[in-house]
Design a protein around this ligand. Structure first.
Ligand code: MN
Length: 717
């Protein structure tokens, strides 16, 4: 078992100024709270954090990392609390320890391999401090080293997860030795027979093999020196898992995996690569089909090298890679590009940049040995634009940062989005505008026939949600405009003794749509509904101009009177529908609002928006979901009909006095109707054209002063 002194010695070796005190205190605290706990191996639990800390010390990490490693399981597995850790060791260590705890709380048992990439990204996204990931990896490495103490099923599950998630993660970070060990250990537990077989065969003639590698390297070196080509020659064994992968993917027997030892020649320039290739080929016969020029044709992940397989000195095949130092560097940090490449998308420049940078950091850490510089760079936000959340089935979904349950719902399915009425996050109901956090489990509540709300556009973040909601609104508006346009056309056609419904089914109508520049008849009708084309323009195409019964102006104004609808863009109704252009507005016949009255709009099937007074009985009966904000936006010289009832005693000349009083205030009488009651009073109903509510009030107060008038009241029907 590793002792704390081993760790401290190791740390002092690479940084004599390390804060040993904090490491000691972390050790003592960890020993105290883990006391009595035992690993499956029978060892005291404390051996685990010690081993993890030692792995990190071996990677030359700073004292904070080492301390956090010693404490990494105290919150999850002991009675120790966040507050204690914070008080004893400060915010930084607490932050790292709780980061590791958070990662450990995620379970990927139901995860499928295809999700592995998302899981890796999620882990990286949750670890906002690189040290969290490094501790997690070291933790997994030690757990893999002691995996034999678990039951078989558990062992296989953990090994599988390691292969899918943690080994690639180590590779992403450029910690190749860890990737190899994780893979080989996992391989040993998942396929013990295959593993043992490969290991046996590798061990069999290990000595001979090593001698052989040295002899080949020597021959190559001499050949290059002879030709004054400066180079470095490397020879390396593949490890068990990579040999197995090659056997499997290329259906080879062990004997046929000829590149178990790969040789690499590194030179200064590209021309020297081809020179070196020439010398190799002049010495050993190449196998033509095995020659690959990745310098002229780089791999998509930017990998460059010459690969050749030759018949070596003992008649065996040898794989040789030739590259420049620069290419060697790219090949090693090329995992960043590889990441993007694997996603099957274009190379994510930003991500590759970040990973190249992390790799540099880890590689250079061994050289620079400057813990301060390392510290400055450990705080990372690898995916600042994304959040990763779970479906109730444990599937991971990636969303834009700031996304809401509505975005999530549309990501699942457009219909789920449309019918989304609520959401549960981690089992609790949240508002639809809740901002999703990485790690959230999201469940969408849907209601059949529910429709999306325009308000959602104010908070959704994803392109998909936005476009689906917009599309839905557009379709709705078009449907309304089509039925309105059809109604308007029917009326206009009837006036010209034409039957729209018959004509609309003829080819003529289709041709006509083309004349107006539309592909479909529906588009033409919708544009009539929008008010962009008048019905008369359409009718004219069927009737010669001389047969028109009325001028266009008359037609228009009559139409307006009949329909009571005009386009809001020109503001002829004097009402604005917030956020919507091109929508048809008309007034409810029931309440006749005038400017100044509080109003509300209702979306009606096929009629655009109908405006009522807020407290109109009919408005109150409307489905509030169809309600829409509207406001007055009166143009000059616009008037509105308002109904009043004047109750007065019956006298000669009364009506004349009332009319005079009304016209004194420039209000026109649209209609009048008088009823005499039995008690010699008269009820006169007037419909006046007034500008707004003030105008009406003035008229009403003037009327009240007319001799014989008992009362004046506005009537809303
Ligand atoms: Mn642990």
């Amino acid at each position: 078992m590793i002792r704390i002194t081993d760790i401290v010695d190791r740390v002092l070796e690479y940084n004599a100024d390390s804060d040993i005190d904090i490491i000691d205190r972390a050790y003592i605290f960890s020993a105290r709270v883990h006391e009595g706990q035992v690993r499956l191996s029978g060892e005291p639990y404390l051996s685990h954090p010690l081993e993890v800390a030692y792995i990190l010390a071996d990677m030359n990490l700073d004292a904070v990392s080492i301390s956090a490693a010693l404490l990494h399981d105290v919150i999850e597995d002991t009675h120790a609390t966040n507050e204690e850790v914070q008080q004893l060791f400060g915010d930084e260590i607490l932050h790292i320890v709780s980061g590791v705890t958070k990662l450990s709380s995620l379970t990927f048992e139901n995860a499928q391999a295809r999700q592995a990439e998302s899981i890796r990204k999620m882990l990286l996204a949750m670890a906002d401090d690189l040290r969290v990931i490094l501790i997690k990896l070291a933790d997994r490495l030690h757990n893999m080293r002691t995996l034999q103490f678990h039951k078989e099923a558990k062992r296989r599950a953990i090994a599988r997860e390691t292969l899918d998630i943690y080994a690639p993660l180590a590779a992403r970070l450029g910690i190749y030795w860890m990737k190899r060990e994780l893979e080989d250990t996992a391989f040993r537990h998942i396929l013990p027979t295959e593993y043992a077989e490969i290991e046996d065969r590798l061990a069999k003639d290990k000595k001979e093999r090593e001698a052989y590698v040295e002899s080949v390297k020597k021959i190559i070196r001499e050949k290059m020196a002879e030709n004054e080509l400066e180079c470095e020659v490397l020879g390396r064994y593949k490890y068990a898992y990579s040999i197995y992968q090659k056997m499997k993917s290329q259906e080879l027997a062990f004997e046929d995996v000829y590149d178990i030892i790969a040789f690499r020649i590194i030179v200064k320039t590209v021309p020297k690569c081809y020179e070196a290739l020439g010398f190799i080929h002049s010495m050993w016969k190449p196998i033509d089909i095995k020659f690959k020029d990745y310098i002229a044709r780089p791999k998509p992940n930017m990998y460059q090298s010459l690969h050749t397989t030759v018949i070596g000195p003992a008649g065996e095949r040898i794989e040789i890679q030739i590259r420049t130092w620069e290419m060697d560097r790219v090949a090693k940090s090329g995992v960043a590009a590889h990441w993007s490449y694997k996603e099957g998308q274009s190379v994510d420049e930003d991500a590759s940049h970040k990973f190249a940078w992390i790799q540099n950091l880890i590689e250079n850490q061994e050289i620079t040995k400057d813990p301060d510089e390392f510290l400055e760079n450990v705080r990372i936000d690898l995916f600042p634009d994304e959040v990763y959340v779970f479906t109730p089935n444990g599937e991971i979904k990636t969303l834009t940062k700031g996304s809401t349950p509505v975005d999530f719902a549309y990501l699942i399915h457009t219909e789920v989005g449309h019918q989304c009425t609520g959401a549960k996050v981690n089992g609790r109901m949240v508002p639809l505008r809740y901002e999703l956090q990485t790690g959230d489990v999201v469940e969408i509540v849907t209601t059949k026939n529910h429709q999306p709300s325009k308000d959602w556009l104010k908070f959704v973040q994803t392109v998909k949600a936005r476009s689906r909601i917009r599309q839905w609104i557009k379709t709705q508006e078009k449907d309304r405009s089509v039925s309105l346009g059809r109604e308007m056309l029917e009326k206009a056609f009837r006036k010209h003794k034409l039957d729209y419904n018959i004509l609309s089914k003829t080819d003529e109508m289709e041709k006509l749509a083309g004349v107006f520049g539309f592909k479909r008849v529906d588009d033409l009708i919708a544009n009539v509904g929008y008010g962009k084309i008048t019905p008369l323009q359409v009718v004219r195409k069927f009737v010669p101009p001389t047969q028109e019964p009325e001028s266009q102006e008359d037609e228009q104004s009559i139409l307006h009177k009949i329909m009571g609808r005009v386009r809001n863009k020109k503001s002829k109704t004097g009402v604005l529908v917030r956020g919507l252009d091109d929508i048809l507005v008309r007034f409810g016949k029931c309440c006749q609002p005038v400017p100044g009255d509080p109003i509300i709009g209702y979306i009606t099937q096929g009629y655009g928006v109908t405006v009522h007074r807020t407290n109109c009985v009919n408005a109150l009966k409307m489905n509030p979901e169809r309600g829409i904000d509207v406001e007055w936006n009166q143009g000059p010289d616009q008037t509105y009909p308002a109904k009043i009832r004047v109750n007065s005693t019956d006298r000669v000349g009364l009506l004349a006095d009332v009319a005079a009083s009304i016209s004194k205030f420039n209000a026109n009488i649209v209609s009048a109707n008088t009823t005499t009651r039995e008690n010699h009073t008269v009820d006169s109903m007037f419909t006046l054209a007034v500008e707004d509510i003030n105008h009406l009030d003035k008229v009403v107060s003037a009327l009240k002063k007319v001799k014989g008038v008992l009362g004046v009241k506005r009537i809303y029907n």
